[in-house]
Every structure is written in structure tokens, then in C-alpha cells.
Design a protein around this ligand. Structure first.
Ligand code: NAP
Length: 321
């Protein structure tokens, strides 16, 4: 069926109220619910001007959507979008930066606190009725510790502000030093790991940062060190991480992200020096709504002939076709 309204495809569900807003404005197709994805693409693909949602957005999908002008990605990390192919075809990609900084930074501190103060193990200790037999072991005081942040960007800076409020010393590693901050800069990640009690990763994913955190970095953090990952699972050599934790070469880890989500290395389940969460960094109601709304606003801007709100860096100079 053809309609007069612009047609938009939703690749993956996002916050219900935001998705419903998009569905009120345009004729939309939920690709993620299609019993036969290829049939839906064949039937309506030639009329789709924008896609919204998450997941993998690759050159094959672009091939099936010849009129596509915009990928309104719901998420700040867009390594699953083939941006080079998009740019080649004149398709603009937008993401949802900024609106999730606070929620993700809050989770970072939650994980850091849980790992350092051994909250999950302490909870199990109480539930198992072990308290009457003796107190829980002492842990480290946050104010005595140095936090090394790998990726002092939008979220990293919010993590630093929160950690400063706990009295922590902050150091960081980026490819380039960040202006306007007094934190110690390490051009070398290994050097940052050696200088840190806790190493917290919040860089983008993708091929450029794959296994940026090597076994050597984890070993430099050492038997009393804690590794926190809220970036992407790909950023750390996960097999080496498991090995270091099992051997005691690394003290503890708190992980929100994994290399093959939702699969998590089973070996981690047996370790009580590990805290695990299922990629919930931005998963609060208001944050997910703000992310969904920003994606919808980008679609509205494109189809209303207005400037896009948040094109990714690679598309900043691209005029939508
Ligand atoms: P951002 O503002 O772009 O910051 C990224 C930081 O990483 C920058 O400081 C950048 O500095 C540094 N960086 C980039 N590539 C690097 C490399 N190869 N080596 C060392 N440092 C590098 O991004 P953001 O908004 O803070 O988001 C960061 C990432 O967090 C996202 O891309 C996403 O993967 C992750 N995230 C996770 C969740 C979750 O639910 N767990 C939620 C949101 C975001 P230089 O350019 O100077 O290197």
C-alpha cells in the first residue's frame, strides 16, 4: 500500500513513547517484527527515507533502501553502523550523544563502588547467614585511590566529576590531552594502568579500539587493581581478562559490556571478585526516552527540511540528499 506520508523504517525497538511518537508522525514499518525481513524490504524498501533504531546497519541494508537519506541511530556508540558506506551514498547518520552522560556515569560509579566495597559478595554473605560467625573483610577507601579513565570524553568527564566527589585522584588516557582539565594525562595506556588503582574504560567501540586493553595492561593494573568496563566488550581482550581474574593477576572487575552480548563468559560466574550487569548504562526511563526523542527529532528535522540535531562527526559536513 502506498501513502502520502513519508515512510520510515524502525530497525530495533526503542523507548515505547518515543517510538509511538514517530509512528504517529509517519508511516512506519517495524523491521524487527517482520516475520520475513527480506519480504518487507522488497515490498517497501524503495520508499523508505529514514531509519530509526539500533542494531547492525550495514551496506546490504543500504542496498535494499535506495531512497534512504538518514540513519537516526538510538545510542551514542554507533560502531555497528557502516558509516563509510553511508557517507558514500550521501546518507547522514545521527546518534544520541550527551543525553545519556549522567545515567552512564551513575552506573560507572555504581559498578566501581560495588567492586571496591564488595557489595554483591557482602549481600550474599548476609543472605547466607555468615554474619553471626564474624564480620566481613575490610575493603579499600575510595578517597585513597587513583582512578584511571580510558576515554575522558563526554561520559568520562562526568565519571571524573563524580569520582572527585568521592575524593579520588583522577588520571586519564585519550589519544590527545583534553584541554580545560587538570587531571594527569598519560599518552601511554600501560603507563596509566601502572599509575592507577582502578582502570575504567569508556572509549568508543569498533575496530580502532578492539583489544585496546591488552593482557599487559591488565597485569600492570595488578593483583590489587580493579578493571571497570562501561564502554564495549570489544575494547578489552576478554579471554585475557578472564585468565587474569582467575589467576589473581588482576584483583577485581566490574563489567556492564561483553564481547558477544548477551553471551557472557561462563568462567566469570564462578568468581566472587567480579560484578556483572547486562549493558544497562543508559537504561533509565528518562534517559532512554531522551535518547529515543532525540532520534525522532532528527527524523522530524530531516523530513521537515531543517538542520539535523546530532550528526556523527563523519557526517557533520554532509548535506542530506
Ligand atoms: P566521546 O565523548 O566521543 O568520548 C570518547 C573518548 O574516547 C574521547 O575522550 C576520545 O579522546 C577517547 N578515544 C577515542 N578513541 C580512542 C582511542 N583509540 N584510544 C584512546 N582514547 C580514545 O564519547 P562518549 O559519549 O563519552 O561515549 C563513549 C562510549 O561509551 C560510547 O562510544 C559507547 O561505546 C560507550 N557507552 C556505553 C554505554 C553503556 O550502556 N555501557 C552507554 C553509552 C555509551 P581522543 O579523541 O583524544 O582519543
Amino acid at each position: 500500500m502506498t501513502t502520502q506520508r513519508p515512510e520510515v523504517m524502525i530497525t530495533r525497538p526503542f523507548y515505547p513513547a518515543s517510538m509511538e511518537w514517530l509512528e504517529r508522525e509517519y508511516t512506519t514499518y517495524r523491521l524487527f517484527e517482520a516475520p520475513d525481513r527480506d519480504a518487507m524490504l522488497r515490498e517497501v524498501g524503495s520508499r523508505i527515507q529514514a531509519i530509526a533504531g539500533g542494531g547492525a546497519v550495514d551496506a546490504a541494508l543500504f542496498g535494499a533502501l535506495p531512497a534512504l537519506r538518514l540513519v537516526a541511530y538510538v545510542g551514542v556508540g554507533y560502531e555497528q553502523v557502516d558509516v563509510a558506506s553511508a557517507v558514500q551514498r550521501g546518507i547522514v547518520v545521527t546518534n544520541t550523544p550527551g543525553v545519556l552522560n549522567d545515567a552512564v556515569a551513575d552506573l560507572a560509579l555504581s559498578l566501581l563502588l560495588a567492586a571496591e566495597r564488595r557489595i554483591v559478595t557482602a549481600d550474599a554473605f548476609v543472605r547466607a547467614g555468615e554474619w553471626p560467625a564474624g564480620g566481613f573483610p575490610f575493603t579499600r577507601h575510595l578517597g585513597d585511590l587513583t582512578l584511571g579513565i580510558v576515554g575522558l570524553g563526554r561520559i568520562g568527564l562526568e565519571v571524573a566529576h563524580r569520582a572527585e566527589a568521592f575524593g579520588m585522584t583522577i588520571a586519564y588516557h585519550n589519544r590527545n590531552p583534553r584541554s580545560g582539565v587538570a587531571y594527569a594525562y598519560h599518552s601511554d595506556l600501560l603507563g596509566l594502568a601502572q599509575a592507577s588503582d582502578i582502570l575504567l574504560c569508556v572509549v568508543p567501540g569498533g575496530s580502532e579500539t578492539r583489544h585496546l586493553v591488552t593482557e599487559d595492561v591488565l597485569r600492570a593494573l595488578g593483583p590489587t587493581g580493579t578493571f571497570v568496563n562501561i564502554a564495549r566488550g570489544s575494547v578489552v581482550d576478554e579471554a585475557a581478562l578472564v585468565r587474569c581474574l582467575q589467576e589473581g593477576a588482576l584483583g577485581a572487575a566490574a563489567l556492564d559490556v561483553f564481547d558477544r552480548e548477551p553471551a557472557v563468559p561462563q568462567e566469570l560466574f564462578a568468581l566472587d571478585n567480579v560484578v556483572l550487569t547486562p549493558h544497562i548504562g543508559s537504561a533509565t526511563h528518562s534517559t532512554r526516552k531522551a535518547m529515543g526523542d532525540l532520534a525522532v527529532q532528527n527524523v522530524l528535522a530531516l523530513l521537515g527540511g531543517r538542520p539535523l540535531l546530532s550528526p556523527v562527526a563523519e557526517c557533520a559536513a554532509l548535506t542530506p540528499r
